[in-house]
Design a protein around this ligand. Structure first.
Ligand code: ZN
Length: 149
């Protein structure tokens, strides 16, 4: 697993250790749950919308460093964004971690670029995207739990 060290950049480890927005939001906030059976990662995303804007976003869960850091950075990246902006970031993030070229400008990903190395580790892509798929479910009000399988 020595190769993994390269992608476990400092910022990922730091977020995994001290995740941001690690809390719950009271109803009527939207909530969705996700599970990645491949690694055992679990993630719950809470979302408070104000019209079209993500007024607040939080998460809870257990999992590996990548899944925790990804959820933590997701909450930082998406808070205050509109639904359309969030969808665009999600799309570009997904393209980045699956090794596809970005749609439009990748600069919009900002710090999320630290996950670019994940594309070299197919098994880890699900860890990195779990929170994002769960976020999508919360955004669309899906009731079914999300699974990466
Ligand atoms: Zn994982």
């Amino acid at each position: 697993m020595a190769d993994l060290r390269d992608m476990y950049q400092e910022v990922i480890l730091e977020h995994a250790k001290s995740p941001r927005n690690y809390r719950t939001l009271a109803a009527p906030a939207r909530k969705a749950e996700g599970f990645n059976p491949l690694c055992g990662d679990r993630c719950t995303i809470f979302l408070a919308m104000q019209g079209d804007v993500i007024a607040d976003i939080a998460f809870q869960g257990n999992g590996c460093a990548i899944s925790r850091a990804s959820a933590s950075m997701l909450t930082q990246s998406l808070k205050g964004k509109t639904k359309a902006e969030a969808e665009k970031i999600f799309n570009n993030f997904h393209r980045m971690v699956t090794g596809q070229s970005p749609n439009g400008d990748r600069a919009s990903l900002g710090k999320l670029e630290v996950f670019a190395g994940v594309s070299e580790f197919p098994a880890r892509v699900k860890c990195a995207t779990l929170a994002w798929h769960t976020f999508e479910a919360a955004l669309h009000g899906d009731q079914e739990p999300v699974t990466t399988e």
